[in-house]
Design a binder for this molecule. Structure first.
Ligand code: GNR
Ligand code: NI
Length: 169
């Protein structure tokens, strides 16, 4: 097992569109284990392969408090979405920044599990928010893209400042 490096906004590689996975191999399962380890260590409630610079359609999610609900979604597709809910989001690729985002409240997702078997589940609450956040990563989209241009500009300035500070520290 290994802890993987997480790309940080505004790294252009976070904009890469992930490709479908055509075979679930032992090698892929090892990578899935590394993704879970990286997510739990961060700590975070979800992680998309895009964030660790692997551009395949794969995300892991666990919104439980005791690592008891691990979900792996391979080639995930949202088959149903309804309602609307605003939630404060954060992202491991945008550390120490939080903002309200509006998303569907109830969703259904179809995907392959780590054995390559198709499944479909319903999600609501934080689970639904997190799945939608992760699927956005696979499309090269970040939660900050939903913010006003002014807020995005302020965020970039803040990051620029922090980067300069770190360079001279
Ligand atoms: O750890 C995470 N917390 C979180 C909180 C609210 C909405 C979405 C998330 S996902 C985030 C981990 C992450 O960056 N996944 O891509
Ligand atoms: Ni994220």
């Amino acid at each position: 097992m290994a802890i993987l490096d997480i790309l940080r906004f505004p790294d252009a590689r976070l904009r890469t569109k992930a490709k479908p996975i055509d075979e679930v191999t032992d090698e892929l399962r090892q990578f899935i284990d590394d993704m879970f380890e990286t997510m739990y260590e961060a700590p975070g409630i979800g992680l998309a392969a895009t964030q660790v610079n692997i551009h395949k359609q794969l995300v892991v999610v666990d919104v439980s408090e005791d690592k008891s609900e691990p979900y792996c979604f391979i080639n995930p597709v949202i088959t149903h979405a309804e309602g609307e809910d605003v939630c404060q989001e954060g992202c491991l690729s945008v550390p120490e920044y939080y903002a309200d985002v509006s998303r569907a409240e109830n969703i259904k997702v179809k995907a392959l599990d780590r054995d390559g078997k198709e499944f479909e589940i319903e999600a609501d609450g934080l689970f639904a928010v997190c799945i939608q956040h992760e699927l956005d990563h696979l499309k090269g989209k970040l939660f900050v893209d939903y913010l006003s241009p002014l807020k995005q500009k302020r965020l970039l300035k803040k990051i620029e400042k922090l980067t300069k500070q770190n360079a001279t520290a």
